[in-house]
Design a protein around this ligand. Structure first.
Ligand code: NAD
Ligand code: USQ
Length: 400
């Protein structure tokens, strides 16, 4: 590995070695292709647990995803570029060390965690598995960076849900506090709403510790809810499509609403529908990650970026989907179902999100055209939609 970090990143446009953990997932696979297309040397690692979860839940990706070997072969055919792949579990220290030795990464993009809040709330076993997988996997990655790639930039996917919905403005990672006449800048308080979101809080503390104590460099991307199905690379060939889930456990809200509209299922607004979150297009996820990799922090720095472009309430999204569907001659009803989660259904929400914009982020806003485009793509796969896994079943408190 080249020794001086500044000079390494000065060569960024000539290609960095990028290791994408969780590179078979919804976000990881299009990210891997995007970095490869830009001329970087890309390796991906995955244990295919997301595919296993989908089978466990009796669900299925809307899109006909290929297995990782087939995807990589298709990418080689289409782009002429190689992506190296590793099959294994990030909670296994030997596996993690082996892939770091094999790839000597300049940047490690860590998507490789269990991402679903409902999955973590199914029962005790799923809660334990979520925190074991996410927290221990991330710790393994931190040790591997420390021991085998100490100059590498860790780009860690966190979540806006780490902050919860406090009744004050949310800052980007840190808050200036004055307490009993003394001042400090400290991590912003966290009020996560699920065992999954809690796992991300634990990760954030561990990444921050590794920067403070071991001098690692890392960026924690507190990402909002992602929507969308297509990126420039997935559009090149159907074999390159990414997964797209719409079931009650693995699907996120706007993706679910668009599938529900196409298949004639009443939109499942949970509770009052005033729940407000940050959202971003999958294209902007990739743009944010690219900007983050291209602008690494100094050794010892722990940065936090709030990664979303716009905020919407659940009601905003339901109304938008209904309006667009009606223009497409699709009749949509909006259903208010009892909220299976325990969350504020009407609340203040004003998170800062300027740091990625300062790095050059050019957001792709959610317009009626974007929703229409998404629904047209879903229509293409309408025959694959399973109705069974759509209705919400996973309750935050199963005694209710
Ligand atoms: P995903 O489940 O599709 O991708 C995660 C990938 O990591 C999967 O392919 C899975 O098999 C793999 N994985 C999980 N645990 C692993 C382990 N122990 N070893 C090896 N591989 C493992 O999820 P996604 O939606 O692409 O999310 C990627 C990351 O972004 C997650 O960390 C998630 O928490 C975060 N995130 C996602 C969203 C969103 O809306 N999709 C929003 C905010 C943050
Ligand atoms: N919701 C509905 N109806 C639905 C599905 C969801 O009203 O059919 C509501 C939920 O109650 C919640 C909001 O929509 O208030 C968002 O839910 P979601 O399932 O779209 O997203 P969430 O569970 O928060 O998790 C997703 C990703 C996770 C990521 C997180 C970012 O699965 O990986 O961390 O978004 S954030 O929400 O900012 O924490």
């Amino acid at each position: 590995m080249r020794s001086d970090c500044r000079s390494r990143f000065a060569f960024i446009l000539r290609g960095v070695r990028v290791l994408v953990l969780g590179g078979d997932g919804y976000l990881g696979w299009p990210t891997a292709m995007s970095f490869s297309a830009a001329g970087h040397d890309v390796a991906v690692a995955d244990n295919f647990s997301r595919r296993a979860m989908s089978i466990e839940l009796g669900a299925s990706s809307l899109t006909p995803i290929q297995n990782l070997k087939e995807r990589i072969a298709a990418w080689k055919e289409v782009s002429g570029r190689d992506i190296i792949s590793f099959f294994g579990d990030l909670t296994d220290p030997q596996f993690v060390d082996d892939i770091f030795r094999a790839t000597t990464p300049d940047a490690v993009i860590h998507y490789g965690e269990q991402p679903s809040a409902p999955y973590s709330m199914i029962d005790r076993r799923h809660a334990l598995e979520t925190q074991r997988n996410n927290v221990l996997g991330n710790l393994n990655v931190l040790f591997a960076v420390r021991d085998l790639a100490p100059e590498a930039h860790l780009v860690k996917l966190g979540t806006m849900g780490e902050y919860g919905t406090p009744n004050i403005d949310i800052e980007e990672g840190f808050i200036d506090i004055e307490h009993k006449g003394r001042k400090d800048t400290l991590p912003f308080p966290k009020l996560p709403g699920s065992i999954y979101h809690l796992s991300k809080v634990h990760d954030s503390h561990n990444v921050h510790f590794a920067c403070r104590v071991w001098g690692l460099r890392a960026t924690d991307l507190n990402q909002g809810v992602v929507y969308g199905i297509r990126t420039p690379e997935t559009d090149l060939d159907e074999r390159l499509c990414t997964r797209f889930d719409y079931d009650e456990v693995l699907g996120t809200v706007l993706n679910r609403f668009c599938v529900q509209a196409v298949v004639g299922y009443p939109l499942t607004v949970y509770g009052k529908g005033g729940q407000t979150r940050g959202f971003l297009n999958i294209i902007d996820t990739i743009q944010c990650v690219r900007l983050t990799v291209e602008n690494p922090p100094a050794a010892g720095d722990y940065r936090v970026f709030n990664q979303f472009t716009e905020q919407f309430s659940v009601n905003d999204l339901a109304l938008m989907v209904r309006r667009v569907a009606e223009c497409m001659a699709i009749n949509v009803t909006v259903d208010s179902v009892i909220d299976p989660r325990i969350e504020a259904e009407d609340h203040y929400y004003n998170p800062a999100h300027t740091k990625l914009v300062e790095l050059g982020l050019e957001p792709h806003p959610l317009t009626d055209d974007v929703v229409a485009h998404l629904m047209e793509t879903i229509q293409r796969y309408k025959d694959r939609i399973l109705l069974g896994p759509i209705a919400p079943r996973t309750k935050w408190d199963p005694r209710n």
